[in-house]
Design a protein around this ligand. Structure first.
Ligand code: GUN
Length: 298
């Protein structure tokens, strides 16, 4: 098959998710409710500013109210908690996200603990993580949820398959493992999570039907580490200095795309794979939050 035929088009699948949401948003607006998302951005991490801008732009395109609350890096714990408390109380805000990473002096878990779990559209609050683990989710974390949709909408059913996840981070690896192991349609997989304690990562990945790379290491997964026909999902966004590039750097995933595409049956590109799905699922969770908080089953 051609390289093109093997590509999982995250942009196209994200668009489908957003088209589905338009109906729900219209139904909410018909009863004078506009879903609202507040993004809290502390400090001046350039990547975070870009991410928050993309999230806000996606809201506006869909007709979701978006408020970006920027605060300086010197913001204190108390100021942040007061701000979150105010957002919890506001009836026009249905979803709250605290863009990560926060400056070092601020406690991320402490901040997330202050978010009302019913407004925690990132799915990071321990209450939501607990519900997810128990199989009775309120919100699923956006990137893992997006990966499940990417797979399912590409005709890949993880049920009965061996899935290897590279990385055990709180945003992707851990929640994705918890979701894929659930006895749900489109999940029910046998999951292995590889990390720094794994003695032979290539031995694990070579057995995998599906590999999700989320370790933040530039082009870590190479062709010799995968089996013929594997499905490859690349979550990595690694900035690599390159004086020959227009911007002075290039973005690579955690997967060596050119090497893996030869053996893979399906593979996500970077950019245009997982990234757009994370945003689409954030929109999905925000609309769900609006529906829940208004007591509607539209
Ligand atoms: N930083 C990196 N990814 C994310 C995300 O999905 N949500 C938030 N709030 N911060 C992030």
């Amino acid at each position: 098959m051609s390289k093109q035929g093997k590509l999982i088009d995250g942009k196209a699948i994200a668009k489908e998710v957003k088209v589905e949401l338009k109906e729900d948003i219209a139904a909410l607006k018909a009863i004078n409710i506009t879903p609202g998302l507040a993004a809290v951005l502390i400090g001046d991490d350039p990547a975070s500013h870009i991410y928050v801008k993309s999230k806000s732009r996606a809201c506006k395109k869909l007709g979701i109210y978006s408020e970006v609350i920027k605060r300086p890096a010197e913001t204190t714990e108390e100021e942040l908690h007061t701000l979150i408390g105010e957002l919890n109380e506001r009836s026009d805000i249905h979803g709250i996200l605290i863009q990560s990473p926060l400056p070092d002096h601020l406690d991320e878990l402490g901040a997330v603990l202050n978010v009302d779990p019913l407004k925690d559209v990132d799915g990071f609050h321990p209450v939501n993580i607990g519900h997810m683990l128990l199989g009775s989710p309120i919100f699923l974390s956006c990137t893992p949820y997006g990966i499940i949709r990417l797979l399912n909408d590409s005709g890949v059913d993880p049920e009965g398959k061996k899935v290897v996840i590279l990385g055990r981070g709180n945003i992707v690896g851990k929640p994705l493992a918890a979701i894929l192991m659930q006895k749900w349609d489109g999940c029910n997989a046998t999951v292995t999570v590889c990390h720094t304690g794994t003695t032979d990562i290539p031995a694990e990945t070579r057995q995998a039907d599906i590999i999700v790379a989320a370790i933040g290491r530039d082009r870590f997964l190479t062709g010799d580490m995968i089996k013929e026909g594997a499905v490859i999902i690349d979550v990595g966004v690694n900035r690599v200095e390159d004086p020959a590039a227009e911007k002075g750097y290039r973005i690579y995933g955690d997967v060596d795309f050119d090497d893996c595409v030869i053996k893979a049956s399906l593979i996500t590109p970077v950019p245009g794979g997982v990234g757009p799905m994370t945003i689409a699922m954030l929109m999905y969770n925000t609309v769900m939050a609006a529906k829940m908080l208004t007591g509607l089953s539209l």
